[in-house]
Design a protein around this ligand. Structure first.
Ligand SMILES: Nc1ncnc2c1ncn2[C@@H]1O[C@H](COP(=O)(O)OP(=O)(O)OP(=O)(O)O)[C@@H](O)[C@H]1O
Length: 254
């Protein structure tokens, strides 16, 4: 079933069209790549889909509902989770607290339950903590639960960002260059993790990534952007052999 539909999406910044007439679909439980040279419009497209920017033209339809004009937190609550290119953790908070903050919006107790610390409040708190620890264990971060985020290795911080996005219980997870700055070992582990996330959480994933081996390895379909326009889409094998894609990446020197 189609989960997300993007119709003729365009974003202008003054005279620059960063995203131009883009159409794409995302099915349930699909793992899709979004690639393209630097400045192609990939992050802008993520920002349009998650409500950070309003489209200049076009529509974003999620689960049959038009998202245009909705605030980012409303869109997140509807089930679109994301990570950012630059790490955005609360560095002074513990790993556990970082995830609890992300979960908070989804699990808000009634005002009186919270303020009066009724039994339900503690039950909910315990349940959330247990769920969080379970989530952390999938990402091999359980033993670091009490560690401050700033003391984690780079790869661990990136994994924690993904945990935070998953804590909002998304139906679609947008990962913006999750392997950026990772060494080959960390990238290989991340590749496995992305597969595991899709299977265990049964969600759709859209992945922006410059590491082509990662993209070709995990994605079922790939969309290619160049100068804001979609120039190709297809399976990894089709994309690898597409002359327009080769031209975009290698400037015609095949
Ligand atoms: N807020 C903004 N104001 C003006 N121009 C912008 C803004 N955000 C992005 N752009 C421009 O839009 C174009 C697309 O940028 P975007 O960051 O979406 O590309 P990208 O494909 O994600 O690139 P990269 O792979 O380098 O991250 C670029 O020319 C960029 O300079």
């Amino acid at each position: 079933m189609t989960l997300l539909e993007v119709k003729s999406l365009t974003k202008n910044f003054g005279g620059l069209t960063a995203v131009s007439d883009v159409n794409l679909v995302l099915e349930e439980q699909e793992l899709v790549g979004l690639i393209g040279p630097n400045g192609a419009g990939k992050t802008t497209l993520f920002n349009l889909l998650t409500g950070v920017y309003e489209p200049s033209e076009g529509e974003v339809i999620f689960d049959g509902e038009k998202l245009n004009g909705k605030k980012p937190y409303k869109i997140a609550n509807k089930g679109l989770g994301r990570t950012f290119q630059n790490i955005r953790l609360f560095k002074e908070l513990s790993v556990l607290e970082n995830v609890l903050v992300a979960m908070n919006e989804k699990n808000k107790e009634g005002f009186f339950t919270s303020v009066l610390r009724l039994p339900k409040f503690y039950q909910t708190e315990d349940r959330i903590k247990n769920e969080t620890l379970k989530l952390l264990s999938i990402f091999q971060l359980e033993e670091k639960a009490e560690e401050r985020a700033k003391n984690l290795s780079y790869g661990e911080q990136r994994r924690l960002e993904i945990v935070r996005a998953l804590a909002t219980q998304p139906k679609v997870l947008f990962l913006d260059e999750p392997a950026a700055g990772m060494n080959p070992q960390e990238t290989a582990e991340l590749t496995e993790l992305i597969r595991k996330i899709q299977k265990e959480f049964k969600i759709s994933i859209v992945l922006i990534e410059h590491d082509m081996s990662l993209v070709m390895d995990v994605c079922e379909r790939i969309y290619v952007l160049e100068y804001g326009k979609l120039i190709a889409h297809g399976t990894p094998n089709e994309i690898k052999e597409n002359p327009k894609v080769i031209q975009a990446y290698l400037g015609g020197e095949i």
